[in-house]
Design a protein around this ligand. Structure first.
Ligand SMILES: NC(=O)c1ccc[n+]([C@@H]2O[C@H](COP(=O)([O-])OP(=O)(O)OC[C@H]3O[C@@H](n4cnc5c(N)ncnc54)[C@H](O)[C@@H]3O)[C@@H](O)[C@H]2O)c1
Length: 317
């Protein structure tokens, strides 16, 4: 696959990273957003990351300049013309996805493959917003997109074999390993990770320290991160979004009870650092992990911690 043009819709956390990964792999990329501010932020971020590589001697100035020249930004969907692959990475809401795919349908070339980076919305629902559902499938990247090697490919009911094969070839071309995943919320990785993190939360609820849980999984299973570290790294609010609907409602209420809670975005409220609030969240988690019911003993004089903080105190027994 040579001289591939790729359009990435959304220049946020994922879209900006996907655009970077494609440009580094040699594609010509246009990253489209509805607003200029996220575009400026994404462009500055990529520029800074590439400059760091130049400074460290991992990339020449010429290589950086070539990557930046391949990567353009726009607020105009007309720029989708000529793209063989369109990758949508707008916020995880079905109405946003559908309106975006309607605009993509109006502007993308007839033979373009249309990919959504949704984390769990039914791909059929997204594809149905277009007049060409056979061209639509899921390509789920992982954060940070330029670094993580995996993409999950998710076939919808009407996805054609041709579009699926092209998507797999494209994944290879940008240096990603692809796996076939079912069109079910969470696909493969997030479904398995959910159980891992929930069980970690349940163990903390039962009295283990987050440090012990993480150490056990790192040294006992050679996992690079224990479940508590993983939740801190990705943001506890992400857990809320990944759960199935009934659990999500419960968790959301637990999160909203956290002091200082401002919303659902992980960057607005990156970590749930209040111990009592965290334990309330864990209580919800454990009740959905077949764990023992929550003990109510909380230490007096709680202090702000993250789950994996090394100074996290053992609960008094
Ligand atoms: N954050 C993660 O770790 C992660 C990992 C894998 C997949 N995802 C999925 O990727 C998608 C994007 O997530 P994110 O974290 O990058 O969100 P984000 O909020 O960081 O970025 C979304 C961007 O989309 C833009 N946008 C909104 N509507 C648009 C439109 N109609 N046209 C063009 N741009 C539009 C916004 O201005 C924003 O810049 C979601 O579906 C999410 O579930 C996220």
């Amino acid at each position: 696959m040579e001289n591939i043009k790729v359009a990435v819709i959304g220049s946020g956390l994922m879209g900006g990273g996907i655009a970077q990964a494609c440009a580094v792999a040699g594609c010509e990329v246009v990253n489209v957003d509805i607003a200029q501010a996220p575009i400026d932020k994404a462009q500055a971020l990529v520029d800074g990351l590439m400059q760091k590589k130049v400074t460290k001697g991992k990339m020449t100035q010429g290589e950086k300049d070539a990557i930046m020249a391949r990567l353009t930004y726009s607020t105009d969907y007309a720029q989708l013309r000529g793209a063989s692959f369109v990758i949508e990475a707008v916020p995880e809401r079905l109405d946003f996805k559908r309106s975006t795919f309607r605009a993509v349908d109006e502007n993308a070339d007839a033979d373009a493959v249309l990919l959504t980076n949704t984390s769990g919305i039914d791909i059929n629902e997204i594809a149905a917003a277009t007049t060409r559902p056979e061209s639509v499938l899921g390509m789920h990247f992982f954060y940070p997109a330029p670094v993580m090697k995996l993409v999950e490919l998710i076939r919808a009911e009407k996805t054609s074999d041709e579009a699926y094969a092209k998507a797999r070839e494209f994944a290879d071309a940008i240096g990603k390993t692809s796996v076939d995943a079912p069109n079910q919320a969470g696909f493969i990785v997030n479904r398995v990770i959910n159980m891992y993190e929930n069980m970690g939360a349940a163990l903390v609820q039962e009295g283990c320290t987050p440090k012990d849980v993480d150490t056990a999984m790192r040294l006992g299973c050679n996992h690079p991160m224990g479940p508590c570290e993983l939740m801190d790294f990705a943001g506890l609010e992400r857990r809320v979004r990944l759960d199935d609907e009934p659990v999500r409602g419960l968790r959301r209420r637990a999160l909203q009870a956290l002091p200082g809670h401002q919303g659902h975005g992980r960057r607005r409220h990156p970590r749930s650092q209040d111990r009592q609030g965290l334990l309330r969240l864990l209580q919800v988690a454990s009740s959905h992990s077949n764990a023992r019911p929550a003990g109510s003993r909380l230490p007096a004089g709680t202090r702000r911690e993250t789950m994996s903080n090394r100074n996290f105190q053992k609960r008094p027994r």
